[in-house]
Write a protein that binds this ligand. Structure first.
Ligand code: NAD
Length: 980
């Protein structure tokens, strides 16, 4: 029902529409090249994806041939191309390639120039002046590549300060409306993004991110204040939202800025958190009796937030429906206008309904048009801006300055916004939705939908990672670290058949960051005890098998629930015992939970008896029995997840298990054992046998009653196990099965047209995450000559910015390596590589502890050990190649075949890699570590392993023996079916 207020909003909206007359924004003008192409893509979503991807890669295509190849790859197979594009694609295949490339360059350049004020501050000056002449204000933003290193961040800050100084000089004397207005809205107005100022910014190292971002921003604030200008902190991804808010309020609380009103912050109405954030900011300012500015926008990363939350299994931080964002925008706008005592409001929107709502609300409160402002993006929605000017409403334009390449992400965001089905501009200027519909009040949001009632068991879903941007999570993690540290040095027994044994010998596990800290002391299982373990397992396995698959699966589900409750503590054990950083340790715990949940469901799917075939007079029953007694031998590098995966699969299939954790991570192994026991795995069905690999491992593997070995670890030990288990010993009545997951020498290929903003962090994460101690880690990067120089320059700087330090400090990206032996071995490789080739870049490592600086080696001779052997440390070898075929040949030239990766924006290269890059897990345009259970089943071939992929649909059956029973049901000429 339209209230008087809604009528007023509608009337103001109609007024704006009337003033807009029939004008269209330049971008949509069909007489214009871009207008025509955009028109076509709006009717064809597939073409839109292709076009925007092409525009995204375009700036790095340096030759006409590259442009022609990409045109063909992106559009060659498109049946419905707009004529102009068709012409260019055809021309690109022949002698017209150079002309076609030039035309494209000109046109894409001119689209970009619609949205970008100039490539440099000097060039932007004329357009900014023109804006002033038309009575518009501006805020400038420096487009920057993602800061991948501290050098890049420092350069950005310098450029930013130079921009501020330049504009301060040039704009001196520029007026900005009435004198009172100028105080609230100075003509010199800058916008800045934190992600460009600190390369390691992120929620896990929250405190460091806040502190260093403040440090970088402080001189920018000072420069603006001294020039009588204004700085607005832009809001980016949701993961940086709390950091941005803390940086902002913290900096303004510093004595030197306490009396300064010249800093504002952007808030995004599409976030469900924003209203509460706004309330907090208002309270903060009121308490301090200060003034601050908020720019309220809708938010430009909706697709990114939706995809990211979906991938992580996190609640959606944004409203799912556009209308709810519009509703929230109005709610926030109302609060802003009601807080005029401390808040100066700026409204960033092109939506006529939102504009009219603000104007009507302000008028209702007696707020004059000089006390708030509208902001719109440079190059967009000109008719709306003109209409507002005609109504004497001040408009400020958000005008980016920068080159095309770093500006591409910005340009694609703008194109998406202009062409989005839900976007106001498209609805207004293209779809010509009725004005009444456009001005209707948005639908209010009625809160998050209730969770869907879970069936039993609910379909498998990966355990979401922790969100470190929440203060409660960070505090909880710190408390868990303190609790676990309090339990250091405990004595753990061997447990066989429920009985505890102290053993004749013992060993310790220590904190690799401070080897003098003993994490746990363990009884050592010897040959004799190992034999007892097998006997106990044999004795108990029958009862376990009889329990049935449902009960066994429900025990795994219970164990998953217990692990969830103890999540922080489990992660804390890993931090101390194996040197995993917070995020890595949490991911390992989440993966362990995933295995318990996934194999429980897989057992229910696979292990119930089935009938096969439907011939009359015959019944075929197909079912699986457990193999018997199995040994699980686990590594230290994923101390909970890999142990949990192998053990849970063996148990749920009905086997009894002797579990040998790595002696380097036996305390974490004990946590898993305790968890499974508590969840209901009976004594004897699971036995805990810490000990030295060669002794206990060998005797178990060779024991005649052991039916299978599930092993994950090094190739050397894995192959010895395969060999040892292959020999049949006296008394042995079965052929042992070995499932062995072993090492890797994994490569990432970086194509000429790769997006280096993604490829460099992807390579760094894959090569140096957990100090390179992952079987999936990247240890070779194969770079095409076309981007080698660019890649190496940025990679080297990024490597120097990697933070190395103790894993318990969340600011460390690379922790210690596992022990002194590993350290010596890795340093040996670095030395060898420096002699044979060149140390191209190296990070810094603290003294003491088992730290190794992240190192990049280049110009190695073919056949170098650094290109062939698994190093298992933060060492990356770079190989330069001519083209994609050579890259694939180099990448495939290995005895291993575990993971691999490709960064490319060429559809042809991607297709070729899919076919010819032969590894167990190939990842395209993303890091090559971090496989998720059920989504990326994991495992390799060649000397990387034997057996089905862990976390995949074939894994569980390896722990069973399939049986078939056929009964002839025909007796005396009739069958039960006939009788029925
Ligand atoms: P490792 O081979 O040294 O040890 C693995 C396990 O085997 C430990 O529990 C160890 O005590 C035991 N062991 C050692 N000697 C033995 C013997 N003679 N008989 C039986 N057991 C014995 O490996 P690690 O250092 O713990 O782990 C790192 C290795 O694991 C790397 O090579 C890595 O690539 C590999 N890994 C592979 C995967 C995968 O899924 N493919 C996953 C993680 C780790």
């Amino acid at each position: 029902m339209a209230t008087a207020f809604q009528e007023e909003v509608a009337a103001r909206g109609m007024e704006i529409f009337r003033r807009m007359a029939d004008a269209s924004p330049a971008l949509f003008e069909r007489t214009w090249w871009a207008g025509k192409v955009l028109d076509a893509v709006m009717a064809n979503p597939r073409l839109k994806v292709q076009l925007f991807r092409f525009i995204d890669v375009f700036p790095v295509l340096t030759t006409a041939e590259e442009v022609a190849a990409h045109l063909r790859e992106y559009f060659g197979a498109e049946p419905e191309l707009p004529d102009l594009l068709r012409m260019l694609v055809t021309a690109a295949s022949g002698p017209g390639a150079a002309v076609s490339a030039a035309i494209l360059r000109r046109n894409i350049g001119s689209v970009a120039r619609t949205f970008i004020a100039g490539e440099t501050p000097e060039r932007a000056l004329a357009p900014l002046r023109k804006l002033r002449e038309r009575g518009r204000d501006f805020t400038v933003d420096l487009l920057g590549e993602t800061a991948l290193s501290e050098e890049e961040a420092a350069r950005y800050q310098e450029r930013y300060l130079a921009l501020a100084a330049f504009l301060a000089g040039e704009t001196r004397g520029w007026r900005s409306g009435a004198p009172g207005r100028e105080r609230l809205f100075p003509p010199l107005n800058l916008s800045v993004k934190l992600s460009s100022l600190f390369s390691r910014i992120g929620p896990q190292n929250y405190e460091e991110s806040v502190a260093l971002s403040r440090e970088r921003l402080r001189p920018v604030f000072r420069a603006a204040r001294e020039a009588g200008g204004f700085v607005n902190l832009d809001m980016e991804m949701y993961s940086l939202k709390n950091i941005t808010l803390d940086v902002y309020t913290g900096l303004l609380d510093e004595p030197e800025f306490r009396d300064w009103d010249g800093a504002g912050i952007a808030l995004q109405a599409y976030l469900t958190d924003t209203f509460a954030d706004l309330e907090r900011l208002v309270a903060w300012a009121r308490e301090r009796r200060r003034r601050f500015t908020v720019r309220l926008v809708k938010g430009a990363y909706w697709e990114y937030e939706t995809v990211t939350a979906g991938q992580k299994g996190w609640p959606l931080p944004v409203f799912a429906e556009k209308s709810h964002t519009d509703w929230n925008y109005e709610r926030c706008a109302e609060l802003m206008l009601a807080s005029g005592d401390c808040l100066t409001p700026a409204f960033g929107t092109h939506n006529v309904r939102s504009l009219a709502f603000v104007m009507a609300t302000a008028a209702g409160r007696g707020i004059s048009r000089d006390e708030y402002e509208f902001q719109m993006l440079y190059g967009m929605a000109e008719p709306v801006k003109d209409a507002l000017a005609a109504l004497s409403c001040p408009v400020r334009e958000y005008a980016p300055i920068g080159e095309l390449l770093p500006g591409m992400a910005y340009l694609v965001r703008r194109l998406l916004e202009n062409t989005s089905n839900e976007g106001f501009l498209r609805k207004t200027f293209v779809d010509r939705v009725s004005r009444e519909a456009l001005l209707a009040p948005p639908r209010p949001w009625s809160g998050a939908p209730p969770p869907v009632a879970a069936e039993s068991p609910a379909p498998f879903a990966n355990e979401p990672p922790l969100d470190f941007s929440a203060a409660t999570v960070r505090t909880g993690f710190r408390e868990a670290l303190a609790r676990v540290r309090g339990s250091f040095g405990r004595q753990y027994p061997v447990v066989i058949g429920g009985e505890e044994f102290a053993g004749n010998d013992g060993f310790e596990s220590v904190n690799p960051a401070a080897p003098e800290e003993v994490v746990g002391r363990f009884a050592c299982c010897d040959r004799e005890l190992a034999g007892r373990g097998v006997a106990a397992a044999l004795a108990y396995r029958g009862g376990w098998e009889k329990k049935g698959v449902e009960e066994r699966a429900s025990i795994l589900f219970r164990a998953a629930a217990l692990a969830r409750n103890r999540r922080l503590e489990l992660a804390a054990w890993e931090v101390f015992e194996t040197g995993k950083g917070w995020g890595e340790a949490d991911a390992d715990v989440a993966e362990a939970i995933d295995y318990l949940e996934y194999y429980g469901r897989e057992a229910l799917r696979l292990l119930r008896p089935r009938r096969l075939g439907d011939a009359p007079g015959e019944e075929n029953r197909y079912f699986h029995q457990p193999r018997g007694v199995g040994v699980v031998i686990a590594p230290w590098n994923f101390p909970l997840a890999i142990s949990a995966g192998m053990t849970a699969a063996a148990l749920v299939a009905g086997n009894a298990v002797i579990y040998k954790p790595s002696s380097l991570s036996a305390a974490t192994g004990w946590q898993l054992f305790a968890l499974l026991r508590e969840a209901g795995v009976p004594d004897g069905v699971l036995n805990f046998v810490p000990g030295r690999g060669e002794e206990v491992g060998n005797s178990l593997v060779e024991h005649p009653d052991v039916a299978f070995v599930a092993f994950t670890g090094s190739r050397e030990v894995g192959l010895a196990i395969v060999e040892g288990a292959g020999r049949t010993r006296p008394g042995q009545r079965l052929v042992k099965r070995v499932i062995a997951e072993m090492g890797g020498k994994n490569a990432i290929i970086v194509d000429t047209d790769a997006d280096l903003d993604a490829a460099i962090p992807g390579v760094i994460l894959s090569a140096f995450g957990y100090a390179g101690q992952k079987c999936s880690a990247c240890s070779r990067v194969v770079v095409l000559a076309g981007c080698y120089e660019r890649f190496m320059a940025r990679l080297a700087e990024a490597v120097r910015s990697v933070a190395v330090g103790p894993a318990e400090d969340p600011a460390s990206f690379v922790g210690p390596v596992i022990d002194g032996r590993a350290k010596e071995k890795i340093l040996g490789y670095i030395e060898l590589g420096s002699r044979e080739g060149r140390l191209a870049a190296q990070g810094k490592a603290p003294a003491g502890g088992n730290y190794v600086p992240p190192s990049v080696l280049a110009d190695l001779p073919p056949g170098s050990r650094l290109l062939r052997e698994e190093i298992f440390g933060p060492v990356l070898a770079v190989v330069q190649v001519r083209d994609m075929e050579e890259a694939l040949a180099v990448a495939n030239d290995s005895e291993y075949a575990l993971t691999g990766g490709l960064y490319s924006r060429s559809p042809a290269s991607i297709a070729r890699a899919r076919e010819a890059f032969r590894v167990g897990n190939l990842y395209i345009n993303r890091p090559i570590t971090g496989a998720l259970v059920g989504r990326q089943p994991f495992g390799g071939f060649r000397l990387s392993g034997v057996g089905a992929k862990a976390g995949g649909p074939d894994y569980l059956l390896q722990f069973t023996e399939p049986r078939l029973v056929t009964e002839n049901t025909l007796r005396r000429g009739f069958t039960p079916e006939q009788a029925g």
